[in-house]
Design a protein around this ligand. Structure first.
Ligand code: APR
Length: 236
């Protein structure tokens, strides 16, 4: 019997909310050079360009709304009798806006600002600028609270512990091309955890999963959640 579920989401879960993915045709990394906008070196070379990139992401996110996949995962969190740990690579807050709690943002959040000088964190304004001073130390080393390529993702010990306790690992809407998240399926399998991929099409790591179901997240995620909750008694 499944008691502990760990779910990893990627850009595909938010695609039908109008937020672009990274590697699909026309995706963000075909429009922007990731080395320029998503690396510490790129930020050091041109902070204004990087802030402009993330300001646009923040605006898109503000204008987007959660879709049935986000809501279904919230229903699962609320009604599943065991634990549901939701880990996301996404920097948007659509899981939270759908009502999910305790979401682990391993790549940071677009709603956060971070001072590279003192480590202070605060809510990002709608538009950040290289000249913004840290409200704590006053230095102008303000950056989006995003994990860039070459940086260590957040909350890894917590994620590893959840994977080790899991009975089921589910990856939703991720291409499986960025580590360490792309390695979670192998890590889970090594711990004897059953693994399921829910994606538009088989990902790069599809063959590592025990099972795959393919189609738009707004359809396949609610269907899977309904299956997981079938037979679960709910308070009347
Ligand atoms: N429903 C389900 N899956 C979808 C949908 C949809 N409607 N639309 C696209 N997908 C799938 C694609 O088939 C693809 O496999 O979502 C996946 C998106 O892959 P990527 O664009 O690579 O996004 P992701 O896996 O989240 O990227 C990981 O890379 O640059 C970064 O830091 C960024 O967190 C991101 C990381």
């Amino acid at each position: 019997m499944v008691q502990n579920i760990v779910i990893l989401t990627g850009a595909g879960v938010s695609a039908e909310s109008g937020l672009g993915t990274f590697r699909d045709e026309g995706g963000l990394w075909s429009q922007y050079d990731l080395k320029e906008v998503a690396t510490p070196k790129g930020f050091a070379l041109d902070p204004a360009k990087v802030h402009a990139f993330y300001n646009a992401r923040r605006l898109n996110c503000l204008m987007a709304a959660p879709n049935p996949a986000h809501f279904a995962l919230t229903t699962l969190q609320r009604q599943f009798p065991g634990t549901v740990t939701l880990v996301t690579q996404n920097i948007d807050d659509l899981h939270e806006r759908a009502g999910s709690t305790g979401v682990i943002h391993m790549h940071g959040t677009i709603t956060g600002a971070l001072c590279a000088a003192c480590g202070h964190r605060w809510d990002a304004p709608r538009a950040m600028a290289a000249t913004d001073a840290c409200p704590s130390c006053g230095k102008t080393a303000t950056r989006p609270d995003i994990v860039w390529f070459g940086e260590i993702p957040y909350h890894m010990p917590e994620i590893d512990a959840a994977l080790m306790q899991a009975d089921l690992f589910v990856a939703i809407g991720t291409s499986g091309s960025v580590y360490p998240a792309a390695g979670f399926v192998a890590e889970a399998r090594a711990c004897g955890v059953r693994t399921l991929e829910l994606n538009l099409e088989p990902s790069e790591t599809a063959r590592t999963f025990d099972e795959g179901r393919y189609g738009p997240a707004s359809k396949i995620v609610p269907d899977w959640v309904a299956e997981m909750l079938a037979g679960v008694s709910r308070p009347t």
